[in-house]
Design a protein around this ligand. Structure first.
Ligand code: ARG
Length: 452
């Protein structure tokens, strides 16, 4: 008899090359716990509606526990002849229980089974990502606390723009990672809808109880349309999109700190434990972890593209193309997870080069915009004030000096000279959400409480 769960209508054996081509056990083995959990819930339901006896369901549930232990002990041999994890587990069950095992797949199909397993896996994956992101937020909050007094040049176009508190800078990333967490939480709502019970595509004529399975597996709701279930991968697209946004946040930050760790910038001292050396240049300390964080974002973005292209143009309902969703889902998750695992300790162990930053803080006219605002407060129309400060900056460039060092008579209102210098410019900020010290303190306290 065929090893296949679908062998009945075939007379010839599957070509070995086709088995190698169509298998997914290589990557879907990692759904084994979720597959077993879903099957146990399914068996309980079958007993409840009378499609299994309670004794049969008990046997199945216990045998599935044993199979899980076998897999965890490395005792299950994976074979491409058995295609995927679902078939491996069902075959192992039949090997243990014979005809009782042959009843488990009643009222379900691999099409609804696989989505259920992936969703159970994804719920855990989202919860793990949330913890990792939260820890990274905490690392940035700690950075804000450590560098509370430190002023940094803020940039636009990578040109010096206005001064910002280092704490304000660190909290900017806390905000980004909070949005990442919120997005994942929103995605989780749609992940948390039960597919099982859709069967192959049309439902079943058997008296299954989907509400029972929903409650058993802790899903929020039951997917309403069976045709939709076996074709829907929206939740996976959203999941990978969330991951791609996290990856771009990490990549931008990594790029920034790569630049900041250069001799030219000398803003941060990266921890030795997170850098590597050169095999030829003895003096080198390279920011490889940050470079790989930047580089790995390409994979995650590519996986989003891959899944979008995969689902584009598929007619309803299940198509085997969908088996390929898992390589994208797992790869994107593994990549982002690996980046997050090293990001938080790297942030915790990085030190700002306070003196080097301070030594050049007065370069680049960081106080020019505040000077313009001081003129506005003194009654000068904005456009005139802008023009005036622009001319003063030009004057500085000719004299090779800072705004503060210009003679008093060049200023249309002498009192505005009091706002010059980076420290005073920083202290002048006041708007909500700005880098004003009181505002940053308030926000820092909020985050400390929120992440406690
Ligand atoms: N391994 C398959 C997948 O990942 C399971 C579903 C198979 N369904 C089927 N009709 N061949 O999508």
């Amino acid at each position: 008899m065929s090893q296949k769960t679908w062998g009945g209508r075939f007379s010839g054996n599957t070509d070995a090359r086709v088995e190698a081509f169509t298998e997914s056990i290589r990557f879907d083995y990692r759904l084994y716990r979720h597959d077993i959990r879903a099957s146990q819930a399914h068996a309980r339901m079958l007993a409840k509606v009378g499609l299994l006896t309670q004794a049969e369901a008990d046997q199945i549930i216990q045998s599935l526990d044993e199979i899980r232990a076998d897999i965890e002990a490395g005792h299950m041999e994976f074979s491409i002849a058995l295609e995927d994890i679902h078939t491996h587990i069902e075959r192992a069950l039949i090997a243990k229980l014979g005809d009782v095992g042959r009843k488990l797949h009643t009222g379900r199909s691999r099409n609804d089974q696989v989505v259920t397993d992936v969703k159970l896996w994804m719920r855990e994956a989202i919860d793990e990502l949330d913890l990792l992101l939260r820890d990274l937020q905490k690392a940035f909050v700690e950075l804000a606390e450590r560098e509370r007094e430190q002023i940094l040049p803020g940039y636009t176009h990578l040109q010096r723009a206005q001064p910002v508190l280092a704490a304000h800078y660190a909290l900017a990333y806390v905000e980004k990672f909070q949005r990442d967490r919120d997005r994942l939480a929103d995605c989780r709502r749609r992940v948390n809808i039960l597919p099982l019970g859709a069967a192959a595509l049309a439902g079943t004529s058997l008296p299954i109880d989907r509400e029972f399975v929903r409650a058993e597996l802790g899903f929020e709701a039951i997917a309403a349309n069976s045709l939709d279930v076996s074709s829907d991968r929206d939740f996976a697209l959203e999941f990978i999109f969330c991951l791609a946004v996290i990856a771009t946040h990490l990549s931008g930050w990594a790029e920034e700190w790569i630049i900041w760790s250069t001799t030219e910038f000398h803003f941060v001292d990266l921890p030795d434990e997170f850098c590597t050396g050169s095999s030829i240049m003895p003096h080198k300390k390279n920011p490889d972890v940050l470079e790989l964080t930047r580089g790995k974002s390409a994979r995650v973005i590519a996986m989003l593209q891959q899944l979008l292209v995969l689902v584009k143009g598929l007619p309803l309902a299940y198509n085997r193309d969908l088996q390929e969703d898992k390589t994208a889902i797992f790869d994107a998750f593994d990549t982002v997870q690996s980046c997050l695992v090293v990001a938080a300790p790297l942030v915790r162990q990085t030190r700002f080069c306070r003196e080097a930053i301070a030594a050049r803080l007065n370069d680049g006219f960081l106080d020019a915009t505040t000077l313009m605002e001081a003129l506005i407060l003194a009654g000068v129309p904005m456009r005139t004030a802008h023009e005036t400060v622009g001319q003063l900056v030009r004057e500085c460039e000719q004299r090779n000096c800072r705004l503060e060092q210009l003679p008093e008579e060049l200023f249309p209102r002498p009192e505005v000279k009091a706002s010059l210098g980076v420290t005073k410019a920083l202290a002048a900020f006041r708007s909500y959400g700005s880098t004003a010290p009181a505002e940053v303190d308030r926000q820092l306290q909020q985050w400390q409480q929120r992440l406690r």
